[in-house]
Design a protein around this ligand. Structure first.
Ligand code: GDP
Ligand code: MG
Length: 176
């Protein structure tokens, strides 16, 4: 990770959305700090974390916004979405309900975000065995909706890098 603010070629605002409890905050911490907070409250009170990566020989700073739990009350404000060019939409593979709500989140994005926003659908908690959402089912849905799709585990790190990098490279493709 490059820490200086100088020489940034691109700054991308990314938003995390999805039902409360699906692991958004843990995914963010795993990606940015390579940490999983064992005693995490349902939210970690930050507005965003940044991570700088090199992509196609360019320095890209991702500013990744996390909710402070407002999603529980469907109270995410328009300011949250403003300027976002990528969204990581997460559900919990062990909670069918959180997958059923993905359409509602897509609707929310259509209403408040840029219409060209890149979206990565993420089935999190792949380390758990009590699965309620089959991979194939989610994959098919993602194809129909023209979304990128991956299953992750913030707990054991599986695919977390790929999820964010996949999203960021799609955002990059869209802006260059
Ligand atoms: P958020 O409300 O979407 O931000 O969800 P959190 O990141 O706060 O996580 C909600 C709960 O799920 C916490 O108890 C986490 O420890 C747990 N959790 C998050 N990611 C994973 C994961 O990949 N695997 C497992 N087993 N638990 C997870
Ligand atoms: Mg959270």
């Amino acid at each position: 990770q490059i820490d200086s603010d100088g020489g940034i070629d691109y700054m991308f605002k990314i938003v995390l959305i999805g039902d409360s409890g699906v692991g958004k905050s843990q995914l963010l911490h795993r990606f940015v700090k390579n940490e999983f907070n064992l005693k995490s409250k349902s939210t970690i009170g930050v507005e965003f974390l940044t991570k700088t990566i090199v992509m196609d020989h360019k320095i890209v700073k991702a500013q990744i916004w996390d909710t402070a739990g407002q999603e529980r009350y469907q109270a995410i404000t328009t300011a949250y979405y403003r300027g976002a060019i990528g969204a990581l939409l997460a559900y919990d593979i062990t909670k069918r309900r959180s997958f059923d709500h993905v359409e509602k989140w897509l609707e929310e994005l259509r209403m408040h975000a840029d219409k060209n926003i890149a979206i990565m659908l993420v089935g999190n908690k792949s380390d758990l065995t009590a699965r309620e959402v089959p991979t194939e089912f989610a994959k098919e849905f993602a194809e129909q909706q023209d979304l990128f799709f991956i299953e992750t585990s913030a707990l054991n790190s599986s695919n977390v890098e790929s999820a964010f990098h996949g999203l960021l490279s799609q955002v990059y493709e869209n802006v260059i």
